[in-house]
Design a protein around this ligand. Structure first.
Ligand code: ZN
Length: 166
């Protein structure tokens, strides 16, 4: 497994705009493998390339723990439901915290897959939430920017207990 360092909030790179991927080079393929490993090691359910220091529009999403993560290249949310949902979110770049965030209940996403083929699909619920969170990263936005006031909580103790169990 090849783990990359997860950048933490306060690191300026997390505030930068990621760039489109025009060609999936061997280096970027390696990055995707490392992103999957890094996400797994940290027990995350999504990761954007910028979080490991690469300003490219690549995200991975794992709405179901046991399944292979979905890789989205140059993802764009082309429409969002007006109906929203508030739920708890955390971020590997904001270690030890969770907070409530309001997101659209469903979205339509346009992206390229791991073979650079175009795709368009609907996502809802938790999957939509992960995509929204990761696409925000590509635009330099963190969930803490939009957290429902007063809901950001330090969960460090709880998290470390969880790690020990795993
Ligand atoms: Zn995040």
């Amino acid at each position: 497994m090849s783990e990359r360092t997860v950048r933490q909030t306060g690191d300026e790179i997390l505030r930068k705009q990621s760039k489109d991927v025009s060609e999936l080079t061997d280096r970027l393929k390696e990055l995707i493998v490392d992103m999957k490993d890094t996400m797994k090691i940290h027990g995350g359910c999504g990761l954007a390339a910028v979080q490991v220091g690469v300003l490219k529009k690549i995200i991975i999403c794992a709405p179901e723990e046991d399944k292979e993560p979905v890789v989205l290249i140059n993802p764009e949310i082309i429409s969002s439901s007006s109906e929203t949902e508030e739920d708890s979110e955390g971020c590997l770049s904001v270690d030890g915290y969770r907070g409530q965030v309001v997101r659209p209940k469903s979205i339509v996403v346009k992206a390229k897959d791991e073979n650079m083929n175009d795709m368009e699909f609907d996502a809802e619920g938790f999957f939509a939430r992960i995509i929204c969170h990761e696409v925000d990263h590509l635009n330099g936005v963190l969930y803490t920017d939009k957290v429902v006031p007063g809901t950001l909580k330090d969960v460090n103790e709880e998290e470390s207990t969880k790690e020990e169990i795993e």
